[in-house]
Every structure is written in C-alpha cells, then in structure tokens.
Design a binder for this molecule. Structure first.
Ligand code: URA
Ligand code: SF4
Length: 209
C-alpha cells in the first residue's frame, strides 16, 4: 500500500510541467477542500537556487502563483538587495494549498500541521529531484523542518550553510515574520544578511548578479 498523502498523485517520470498539472488534482490531505487551487512552484527548470516558503497566502491562493502577495514583494526586494537574480530562482512552498480560518470576510492564514507538511512532501521531493539545485533556501520553520527535519530550529541556525546530501541549505526567517516584526528595519536587515550568505555560495551561477 502506498503511504497516505500526495505520493499517490505524483506521476512517475514527469517533468515540472506535468507535475504542476498533476498537483492540480491532489487530494493528499484535506486542504484542497477549502482552498481555491493548488499553488505549485514556479521558476526556471535549470534554477541553481530553490526558495521554499510555508504555504500560499490569500493572494497566492487566488492567483495560483507563489509569492505574489505582500510577503512575496518583500522577498523580491530582499533578493535584489542581496544581488540574487529573482528570475533565476525557483520558488515553491512546503505545502501547496492555502490553510486558513475565516473571520468575517477575511481569510486568516493558519500554520499547517506536521501531518499536512508530511502529506505534501512528495511534491516538494519531486520538485527537488528534478531541479537538482545547488542551494536550497528555507524561509521559516515550516520550510526548514520540511527539509531538515522536525527538530531543526531556525532561531539557532539561521544563516548557517548546511551540507545536505544533494545540495546545501540555508535557513532563514519567513518574510511574513519580517513584516510582523516589532523592529521591521532590523528584521529586514537580518533577512538580507542571510540572503547575502546565500549569494556568497553561488559562485558563477546565473542567480548571482
Ligand atoms: N508565503 C509563503 O510561504 N509562500 C507564498 O507563496 C506566499 C506567502
Ligand atoms: Fe495535496 Fe499538498 Fe494540497 Fe494537501 S496541501 S491536497 S498534499 S497539494
């Protein structure tokens, strides 16, 4: 029997375009029930850098693209400031459907649970297998724990270059945490500093500006 979760929806031998298409029909956990659509990763298939967030937000859910809302705009700005070419980066999320609670007309982000992260990991694994990036950047605890295991602590190890089997990993905070920080300027500067560590790893990569 196959493990529960997204695995049974992931087609074998597919390229990114086919994966993205198949992910539209995923029912690997309950999150597809209330979200508008699957938000799959986006970016060039030859990207050296993969940035992983948590899950699509409200605007991503509506538009079907990752990192197009406020957190995405902050990410774009910070990447540019760290001299990383945004267009050469593949961006995706640990969980591909928006999890939220309704408060009146607003949909408030709800952090995905470990069950949902594990259920959705087959999509992330398939993306990383095809992309074979040099460097993986994890934004926030959910992404970092999806890649590095549930005991990983971003607060203790942010900005460290971690050697994984197939690529190096740098974990940092989530751009939404920067937007919520009491001292936003300081949080933003620390976020850019972590991205500069990523930039320093890129050598002659197309992502290095
Ligand atoms: N936050 C994320 O983690 N991912 C997105 O795609 C948008 C906001
Ligand atoms: Fe499938 Fe992931 Fe969506 Fe759950 S969140 S239904 S596992 S794509």
């Amino acid at each position: 029997m196959k493990a529960p979760g997204a695995a049974e929806f992931v087609p074998e031998g597919a390229d990114l375009a086919r994966l993205r298409q198949a992910a539209c029909h995923c029912r690997g956990c309950d999150l597809y029930r209330h979200a508008t659509q699957t938000v799959f990763g986006a970016g060039p298939a030859n990207a050296d850098v993969v940035v992983i967030g948590e899950q699509p937000g409200d605007q991503e859910d509506v538009l079907g693209q990752p990192f197009v809302g406020p957190a995405g705009r902050l990410l774009d700005r910070a990447l540019a400031e760290a001299d990383i070419d945004r267009d050469a980066v593949y961006a995706t999320n640990a969980v591909k459907h928006f999890k939220f609670v309704e408060r009146g007309k607003r949909r408030i982000h709800k952090t995905p649970g470990r069950t949902e992260v594990v259920a959705c990991s087959a999509w992330l694994d398939a993306e990383l297998d095809l992309l074979r990036p040099r460097l993986v950047v994890c934004l926030g605890a959910i992404a970092a724990q999806a890649v590095l295991g549930p005991s990983f602590k971003v607060s203790a190890q942010r900005g460290e270059v971690i050697e994984a089997e197939d690529y190096r990993v740098v974990a940092t905070v989530h751009p939404s945490a920067v937007l919520r920080a009491p001292d936003r300027a300081e949080a933003y500067a620390a976020f850019v500093a972590d991205l500069r560590i990523v930039r320093a790893q890129l050598g002659n990569s197309a992502a290095a500006r």
